[in-house]
Design a protein around this ligand. Structure first.
Ligand code: SF4
Length: 399
């Protein structure tokens, strides 16, 4: 598995696979072929179907802003390797092609040409939770220590940066009002949720504030603001909301939260490596489901859970999102995405509490639920995988 620095990326929303990945690919192509007469990018499959709502065109145009550049859209053409495909081409003045590159945006901002799996970047020897669990038993250590063992102590500095970026995104979102872009005329609700939550006390107040924190990040993301992919842009509000609530409402320390981020990254990495975190590949269970699983593991660890209990919390976070479709209205990362972050944050805390109450005793191993999610995702019809053709996207249209 790769470093968790590849999972937690600090970048601009609204979509890791539709903006961060294409932007990265465009930059690489332009760096390799900087002086051609003109450039073209063809977007295929899901990338083309929901690219306008996800601001893919804006991300590409921003990179090629000083060049002659054209985008072609092929939503009905799916290349074999992955539903999010792009073809970059360059031409000379006589319209002869000078270069061509087919590249895929496979989720969480990662791009690949579909050929080589770069083993050099794989720093962890284990890819299954069961093997990592055995390591913790053998060494008498816990999951975040496994991360430090293979990433080095500098990973904690990086996670500190990630945590600061997450907190900034919550704070910005809580104080910004107005309407989200894209034509749905949705107003930002985080700020009013936060103010209204002050009317309550105890667990209702905490739950209400948790919702406002998740909405804050989701709304920042929808506006193209800076967020952390956790594991994706569309699901970026779940983990920060849970951690922010634990810090500001329950007074857990930053150092405890940073160690929990290491464990959440490990859980996300296992899902990414063995299944997928791409809505276009497995539906929203791979985004919101993975985010809930990561947040559940982090919360459980913060509450003092041992690895066996953390496994159960993470397993439930994913299991109870199995089959979740990706059907954003108008191809915008807004409905159902933003609210879904709030509900998944609440579910993550419930999963952590549930696991600890059960003493971690469970029947479904985490590795198995990851496999089930992958197969469920592949069995889902493509209209439910970021194409904007099924579910909510089919029945509710932007006027
Ligand atoms: S429905 Fe889920 S997977 Fe689809 S864009 Fe929204 S958050 Fe991402």
């Amino acid at each position: 598995m790769e470093s968790i620095t590849k999972l937690f990326k600090i970048d601009n929303g609204p979509s890791s696979s539709h903006t961060i990945g294409p932007k990265k690919a465009a930059k690489e192509f332009l760096e390799k072929y900087p002086n051609e007469y003109s450039y073209q990018c063809t977007l295929f499959g899901s990338l083309a179907a929901t690219g306008k709502g996800h601001l893919t065109d804006a991300a590409l145009i921003n990179v090629f802003k000083d060049k002659r550049f054209e985008i072609l859209w092929e939503p009905d053409v799916f290349l074999k390797f992955h539903p999010n495909a792009m073809k970059f081409e360059s031409y000379d003045i006589d319209k002869n092609q000078t270069a061509e590159w087919i590249v895929y945006s496979v989720g969480g901002g990662k791009i690949t040409d579909g050929q080589i799996i770069d083993e050099e970047n794989h720093i962890y020897p284990d890819v299954k939770f069961s093997d990592i669990y055995d390591w913790t038993e053998e060494k008498g250590k816990t999951l975040w220590e496994y991360v430090v063992e293979y990433e080095g102590t500098q990973i904690l500095d990086y996670l500190n940066e990630v945590w600061n970026a997450m907190q900034d995104s919550v704070k910005r979102g809580l104080k910004t009002e107005g309407t989200l872009p894209g034509g749905l005329s949705l107003f930002r609700r985080a700020s009013s949720f936060y103010e209204r939550s002050k009317r309550y006390s105890g667990s209702i107040r905490r739950r209400s504030m948790l919702f406002s924190y998740a909405l804050a990040v989701g709304e920042e993301n929808a506006c193209g603001g800076k967020i952390v992919t956790a594991p994706t842009c569309g699901s970026a509000g779940v983990l920060p909301a849970v951690l922010y609530m634990l810090k500001f409402n329950l007074k857990y320390s930053d150092s405890r939260i940073i160690k929990a981020l290491a464990t959440a990254g490990l859980i996300g990495n296992i899902i990414k490596h063995n299944a997928s975190i791409s809505g276009a590949e497995v539906g929203c269970q791979g985004e919101i489901g993975a985010a809930c699983s990561m947040a559940a593991s982090a919360a459980a660890q913060i509450f003092g859970a041992i690895p066996y209990e953390i496994e159960y919390a993470a397993e439930m976070g994913l299991e109870h999102h199995l089959g979740l479709t990706c059907d954003p209205i108008g191809g915008l990362v807004q409905v159902p995405c933003i609210e879904r972050n709030a509900f998944a944050a609440a579910r993550a805390l419930d999963a952590a509490t549930f696991s600890i109450l059960a003493g971690g005793k469970h029947i479904v191993p985490f590795d198995k639920i990851v496999k089930v999610m992958k197969y469920t995702g592949h069995d889902l019809p493509s209209i439910y995988k970021e194409t904007g053709e099924g579910g909510l996207a089919k029945f509710i249209k932007i006027n």
